[in-house]
Ligand binder design. Structure first.
Ligand code: UT7
Length: 331
């Protein structure tokens, strides 16, 4: 049987500070009722530690994953860090995480695909396993969204939060692991969700700072329309081409951007809420953190042989879906 890439351990980290809807009500013109009914979010976590970036959370997530699997960092061959908020614009965040967790024999790289980054990372990491050349690949997904959010903009500040999760991929010859994936992108979408300045097109200047151009700008309704259609379509397609009926699916693992988008995807797949991983009410949208944090929260519910469908949509636009068979029972 061909070698597949199976998830064999999961780690996660969320900061302690809880930014609740009630606190946001005192910061911008919003209400708990609006946020809850439009997004499903009740609170999100914010990383408050001075000088700590995305790597701070990624390191903790990977350390937990290694401890649970009972292995050393030196056994890791490759570490991919999927993030939209690297510690620094140039130095690789993945390289820093790898060094800090003792992955002295690994190479590492960052992957930027906005909210689809973890899904892209999972599929990319799996390719390295499937070639037979790499035995232990870590994929970390995490973001410190609070570093790029304008807390005077009610259209974005109620949505995002900070957090990171990580998975370990190992070869499996019994059929468990990643079975299929569909990854898509369309650059026409970049006008709806972006940070205007700070990149090569419009480098930082006094003017860009004064105009608050270093924060996320989102045209919510436009993104919503694309997200609903594309996440649902790609998830239905991956079911179709793998002959999966709704009864065959143990869980949908959806990107946590908006409860209404998640519900629409589940409806299209014909699955009930009991089969949908959900933590948006507790963490908001952690961008690259959402999918691995879902696995982290639901790991105890998963059984060997469970069919999971991952689904994500993000800036760019980028989106996709993956079908994976879970490889272990809870310990
Ligand atoms: O993860 C990456 C991909 N991102 C997504 O998938 C996000 C997709 N978009 C969405 O989830 C939703 O569009 C949002 C949650 C961002 C917004 O929800 P919406 O139902 O699309 O609201 P809207 O933008 O159409 O705004 C409706 C009203 C507007 O007021 P008017 O023009 O009707 O008077 C907004 O100004 O709600 C207002 N509004 C708010 N009111 C209270 C916008 N933000 C807020 C707020 N509190 N925080």
């Amino acid at each position: 049987m061909a070698v597949k890439a199976a998830i064999t351990s999961v780690g996660g980290y969320i900061p302690e500070y809880r930014l609740t809807n009630q606190i946001l009500e005192t910061m911008v013109d919003t209400t708990d009722e609006w946020i809850t009914s439009r997004t499903g979010i009740k609170e999100r976590r914010i990383l408050k530690e001075e000088g700590a970036g995305t790597s701070f959370m990624g390191i903790k997530a990977v350390e937990e994953l290694l401890t649970k699997r009972g292995i050393e960092g030196s056994e890791i061959d490759l570490l991919i860090c999927s993030t939209t908020t690297p510690d620094m614009p140039v130095a690789s965040t993945a390289a820093y995480i790898a060094t800090k967790i003792g992955a002295t024999n690994a190479f590492s790289f960052d992957l930027q695909s906005a909210c689809s980054g973890f899904l892209y990372g999972l599929v990319t990491g799996s390719q390295f396993i499937e070639t037979g050349k790499y035995k232990k690949v870590v994929v970390v997904g995490g973001d410190k969204m609070s570093s790029i959010i304008d807390y005077t903009d009610r259209t974005t500040c109620v949505i995002f939060g900070d957090g990171a999760g990580a998975v370990l991929l190992e070869p499996n010859e019994e059929g468990y692991g990643l079975q299929d994936s569909i990854l898509k992108s369309d650059g026409a979408g970049r006008e709806f969700l972006y940070i205007k300045s700070g990149g090569s097109m419009r480098p930082p200047s006094h003017e860009t700072v004064e105009n608050r151009e270093h924060f996320v700008h989102q045209e919510g309704q436009q993104v919503f329309k694309f997200a609903v259609n594309n996440m649902a379509e790609v998830s239905a397609r991956i079911m179709d081409r793998n002959n999966l009926r709704s009864d065959d699916i143990a869980y949908l693992v959806p990107h946590q951007a908006n409860k209404r988008i998640i519900d629409a995807t589940a409806n299209r797949m014909g699955i009930g809420p009991e089969k949908v991983m959900l933590n948006i009410h507790r963490y908001g949208n952690t961008t690259n953190g959402t999918l691995p944090l879902c696995l982290w929260d639901y790991e105890k519910n998963l059984r060997k042989g469970d069919n999971l469908v991952f689904s994500a949509f993000g800036g760019g636009f980028t989106w996709g879906s993956a079908y994976l068979v879970w490889a272990y029972d809870p310990s």
